[in-house]
Every structure is written in structure tokens, then in C-alpha cells.
Design a protein around this ligand. Structure first.
Ligand SMILES: *Cc1c(COP(=O)(O)O)cnc(C)c1O
Length: 424
């Protein structure tokens, strides 16, 4: 039986394993719902980025909103990565995990003054500025601290959505980045402001991209701009080409990071920009296939039109199906020699949108566990406490051992900060 996604997820005999560890045993030990990650799978996903960029000035900044557990950050920090952050909270996580602020790029359309101050004090590598108004505020904040903020402008390359339907953030008409035709003026302004130092250019065109061509299109547009901006007298040091490379959830066939980067580097060289430092901001492609969500079958509920497999994980634990109608592969943690039945896999939350998988043929009984595959990215990091449900525990397999890297939340923790009104 073949499973989509990671070679680290496989059946041995009839038991589903992640990175050599049986998932049923982890569910017995840590309870469900349970996120389980493989450190080796994360490092294996990073390797093609590092291979493709070896021997040239580069930085891989893990886009930590995909999975921001401290042990995940520690794994990438120790492997030499920097981080792409989108909030002050994420910066605190990087520092708590032993990451280097000097390798952090700070993205996001709505940075507050407080976040800017903290990031300047910590010494981040670069602010990826997303609007002309933000340039003004960042300069003011930097001047007030007697500093100059290193900046890169996130430009919106407006690559054609018709040919590349997966692109959602690099088009005119969305909130991200500075429009291509405003970019030169914005760079001139940045260079003139007393609190800023221009260091680079940045774009990030979307997520779950499964072809190389949108990256190549965006690159041409970015290099055109670099040439115009430098002709206007503003030198640009680094090229940050963002993240967004897709993974296999079912039958997608995204290019390997090494093949994709090799093509980009070839174009960068060919256009005479080979001396520049290159930065990438991968998120999903480093962690997505390195994790699963293990959940227990609570009830089987046959129906006239649909059969429901009610599990103990829900939309609050894994939002992608409810939010994007995303397809997540499911696999029984123990194979049964029984005829499969077609189920919708749903959670206990009081919303009809609370489903994890639809129309899946499963041979399961009450009390069995299911693994939702490719759940390492945008799983736990998007989890909520809706319905006053504690978020799942998280386990990392490293060197063959399972480590608890986040405890399951208890009900008391969920309302710890709340206060009753005074009683008369
Ligand atoms: C989310 C994000 C990324 C990472 O996207 P993935 O699809 O997870 O690789 C990179 N850069 C920025 C600015 C982002 O917002």
C-alpha cells in the first residue's frame, strides 16, 4: 500500500509508522489527538535547499508560521537556518528556541511600532516592508532609537494568475507587497529616509505552488526592478525570492527544491546578478510532509446518504479542510483485513464545516486510530480553542526517540486569564 507524501510514513506489517516509530504506541502513550513530527523528515526536506545553494552566499529563512513549535525552530536553527517571521510573537519564539536574530527577516503587512522597536533592539537581519506608509513609520521608529533599520521592499510582481492558478499573493489586487509600478519611487523614498538602509528586494507569490514557471516569471520581474532601482542610484544587496513551494498531499507533483532553485540560479547568473546573496523563505515544504495528526475513532455512524466516522480531532485542531476545503490523506494506524466502508471523517465541533476528510474508504472500528497525513504545516500553528477544546499535544521523533515537545492543554489553562464579574 503506497501513501502520498513522505517516505518517512509507512506500514510495517500492519502498523503505520512515522520515522520507524509505531503511531498506535504514541497514541497509547501521549493520548489523542496528537501531532507527531519527524526531525529527520524535516532535515531531509531542508537538504535540497542547502544542496542547491551550497557554495554561494545564501540564507534559508524558515517561514515559521507553518509550524512554530520551539523544538521545530531549534531543529532549523541548529541546521543553520534563519527565520521568516510575521509578528513580534514569532520573534520571541525564535529567541526562546536559540535562533539568531541576525538571520531573521520580518515580513507582514501590519507591523506595529512596538514590534518594530523590539525587532530593531533584537537586531533582525531585515524588515521586508510591504507599503510606502510602513517605510515612513519604520524610519521614525528607527530614528527614535538612534538606529537605521535594514529594509527590503516586498514587491508585488503581478504574475499572471490565469496560467498559474495557485498564486494568491503575488497579484495586483491583493493586500501584499508594493505594486511593481510604485516600486522605484518607493525605493527612492526609502533611500532618502534617515532611519532606513536599503539592503534588498523581496517577493513572495503564494503558497502550495507546484510548478517552477511562476517563480521564473516573478524572478524576471524582480530582476527588471533591481536594474531600474540600481540605475536610480539605490544599490540592492540581496534577492529574497520568498517561499511557497508546494508539497504532495495527494497526487501533486511539485518540483524538487533543488531543481527549482537550480533553474532560478541559472537565470540569475545569465542576467548578470550572480554576485547577489539569495534568500528563500520556505515554510510548508520544510515541515508539511514531516508530520501527521493521530486521532481516535470515537463513533461510527452509518446514514442513509453518508456514513460518518466521528473522530476526536476537529477543525479547531486542523483547520485546513474547513478553511480551504483542503484534501488531507488519511490512513488507519492499524490495517484490518476487512472490507472498507466509505466515510466522511468528522470531528465533534458544532459546525457542519467541521470535517477532516470526505468520501474515504476505511476499514476501521470504534477505538481505532487514524492518521491525517501531511499535517506538519499549517496544522498546529493554526489550531484554536473553539468549543473550549484544548489544543493537541505535539511529539517529535528525533534519533529514533519520541519526545513530547508540547503538552496537551488542560481546560483550566484555557480560561486561566478570564475573570468573573464582582458579585454583589
Ligand atoms: C507564508 C509565507 C511564506 C511561506 O510560505 P509556504 O507556502 O509555507 O512556503 C514565506 N514568506 C512569506 C512572506 C509568507 O507570508
Amino acid at each position: 500500500m503506497t501513501l502520498p507524501g513522505s517516505p518517512f510514513v509507512a506500514y510495517r506489517d500492519a502498523a503505520l509508522h512515522l520515522d520507524g516509530v509505531p503511531l498506535d504506541a504514541l497514541a497509547d502513550r501521549f493520548g489523542t489527538p496528537l501531532y507527531v513530527y519527524s526531525q529527520a523528515a524535516m532535515l531531509a526536506a531542508l537538504a535540497p535547499y542547502q544542496r542547491a545553494l551550497a557554495g554561494r552566499k545564501h540564507l534559508v529563512c524558515y517561514a515559521m508560521k507553518a509550524n512554530s513549535n520551539l523544538a521545530v525552530l531549534q531543529t532549523f536553527a541548529q541546521a543553520g537556518c534563519g527565520f521568516d517571521i510575521v509578528s513580534g510573537g514569532e520573534l520571541e519564539r525564535v529567541l526562546a528556541a536559540g535562533g539568531d536574530a541576525g538571520k531573521v527577516v520580518f515580513s507582514g503587512v501590519g507591523k506595529t511600532r512596538g514590534e518594530m522597536r523590539r525587532a530593531l533592539a533584537a537586531g533582525v537581519r531585515c524588515f521586508n516592508v510591504e507599503s510606502e506608509a510602513e517605510l515612513e513609520v519604520l524610519s521614525e521608529v528607527a530614528v527614535s532609537l538612534g538606529r537605521r533599520a535594514p529594509v527590503s521592499l516586498r514587491v508585488n510582481p503581478d504574475v499572471d494568475a490565469k496560467t498559474h492558478p495557485y498564486i494568491s499573493t503575488g497579484l495586483k489586487g491583493n493586500k501584499f507587497g508594493i505594486a511593481h509600478d510604485r516600486a522605484v519611487a518607493a525605493y527612492r523614498r526609502a533611500a532618502a529616509l534617515p532611519g532606513l538602509e536599503v539592503v534588498g528586494i523581496d517577493c513572495h507569490i503564494g503558497s502550495q505552488i507546484t510548478q517552477t514557471s511562476p517563480y521564473l516569471d516573478a524572478l524576471e520581474r524582480v530582476l527588471d526592478l533591481v536594474e531600474e532601482v540600481e540605475a536610480a542610484g539605490v544599490p540592492i544587496h540581496h534577492l529574497d525570492l520568498g517561499g511557497g513551494l508546494g508539497i504532495r498531499y495527494t497526487d501533486e507533483e511539485p518540483p524538487g527544491a533543488d531543481a527549482m532553485i537550480a533553474q532560478l540560479l541559472a537565470r540569475i547568473e545569465a542576467r548578470g546578478h550572480g554576485h547577489r546573496e539569495v534568500i528563500f523563505e520556505p515554510g510548508r515544504s520544510l515541515v508539511g510532509n514531516a508530520g501527521v495528526l493521530v486521532t481516535e475513532v470515537l463513533y461510527l455512524k452509518p446514514g442513509a446518504q453518508r456514513n460518518f466516522c466521528i473522530v476526536d480531532a476537529a477543525m479547531n485542531d486542523l483547520m485546513r479542510p474547513a478553511m480551504y476545503e483542503a484534501y488531507m490523506a488519511t490512513a488507519a494506524c492499524r490495517l484490518r483485513d476487512e472490507a472498507p466502508v466509505r466515510y466522511d471523517v468528522v470531528g465533534p465541533v458544532c459546525e457542519s464545516g467541521d470535517w477532516l476528510a470526505r468520501d474515504r474508504d476505511l476499514a476501521v472500528r470504534q477505538g481505532d486510530r487514524l492518521a491525517i497525513l501531511s499535517a506538519g504545516a499549517y496544522g498546529m500553528s493554526m489550531a484554536s480553542n473553539y468549543n473550549t477544546r484544548g489544543r493537541p499535544a505535539e511529539v517529535m521523533i528525533a534519533d529514533g526517540q519520541a519526545h513530547l515537545i508540547r503538552e496537551r492543554e488542560t481546560p483550566a489553562e484555557l480560561f486561566r486569564g478570564e475573570r468573573l464579574l464582582p458579585t454583589p
